[in-house]
Design a protein around this ligand. Structure first.
Ligand SMILES: [Zn+2]
Length: 300
């Protein structure tokens, strides 16, 4: 197997056993450009989605099941953005934002979450393959950044002390983003109740300080491999293990055969109602801003 490039489009798992800490660190480049290329978003929305995709890569790479799916969805009321969805499956990322262009024109240069999302909530859903197991947590979109909201998610929904950092920068027309997530995993984590959940565990502040010392320009440095960055942050620790890296690519599940099979499940009279003026059934994919058209008898 070819060696994975740890500088871009990759998420790397890290554990620090002596501190009961685990982490994920990610850097995205071409994959963000590829997702954004499907849309024609203004700079603020591009940056928001670039950060959201980075968070999605961090959270998605926590999935134990390689075919599981992680979905990040911002549901909002009264904000500039009225919907933002990103998901991850087996290293495939996709995402889109629905927003009000007129109101965005009046937005501040670096708006807080409240301005962008109004009374918004962030829903984070982990689905295992086969759809048997699903876990969803929901937190208010409060604070300055998506990283703040993600930290609240772990504190409120999962009672896991966590630190999340995200950074995104566009240079010469190309995005580079980076993020890290570190968590304290108390005793009893795997499959047992967390009897010792303590937000004040003595090892945690130490890891939080080290992880939190990462600079935005380190996260978005396209020449700094992630393992070097991990070393830079944690080299004084007794033992730091890196896990298998996950390659990140743009992926969408809107393939025509699948769409056709979904439409075929509707009763004929409902399918007849889907036929447009041009005599075709048209299905849009919000993720890739594309649409498919079929003659109705092609799906019958
Ligand atoms: Zn699509």
């Amino acid at each position: 197997m070819a060696e994975i490039d740890l500088r871009r489009d990759v998420a790397l798992g890290v554990t620090i056993p002596s501190r009961d800490a685990r982490g994920r660190i990610a850097r995205l480049g071409p994959v963000v450009d590829a997702v954004l290329a499907n849309h024609d978003y203004p700079p603020l929305i591009e940056k928001l989605l670039a950060e959201a995709l980075t968070l999605t890569a961090l959270l998605g790479s926590l999935l134990k099941d390689p075919q599981g799916q992680m979905t990040l969805q911002a549901q909002t009321q009264g904000g500039i953005v009225d919907l933002m969805v990103c998901d991850f499956r087996a290293g495939e990322l996709r995402g889109y934002v629905r927003f009000d262009r007129e109101r965005l024109a009046d937005a501040s240069m670096s708006p807080a979450l409240k301005e962008m999302f109004g009374d918004g909530y962030l829903a984070i859903t982990f689905d295992q393959a086969g759809g048997d197991e699903r876990y969803q947590g929901i937190v208010p979109l409060e604070g300055k950044t998506l990283a703040d909201a993600a930290q609240s998610y772990f504190a409120q929904s999962e009672q896991i002390p966590s630190i999340v950092r995200l950074a995104a920068e566009k240079r010469d027309g190309h995005w580079t983003t980076g993020g890290l997530l570190f968590q304290h995993l108390p005793e009893g984590e795997e499959g047992r109740d967390r009897l010792h959940t303590r937000l004040d565990h003595p090892d945690w502040p130490h890891i939080a300080v080290l992880a939190g010392s990462v600079k935005p320009e380190e996260l978005t440095d396209p020449d700094l491999p992630l393992d070097d960055l991990v070393w830079r942050l944690f080299h004084e620790e007794e033992e730091v293990r890196t896990l298998a890296a996950v390659t990140l690519v743009k992926g969408c599940r809107c393939d025509p055969d699948y769409v056709r099979s979904v439409i075929a499940r509707f009763p004929p009279e409902e399918r007849a109602e889907m036929v447009g003026d041009d005599g075709l059934i048209k299905v849009d994919c919000a993720f890739c801003s594309s649409s498919f058209s079929f003659p109705p008898d092609a799906v019958a």
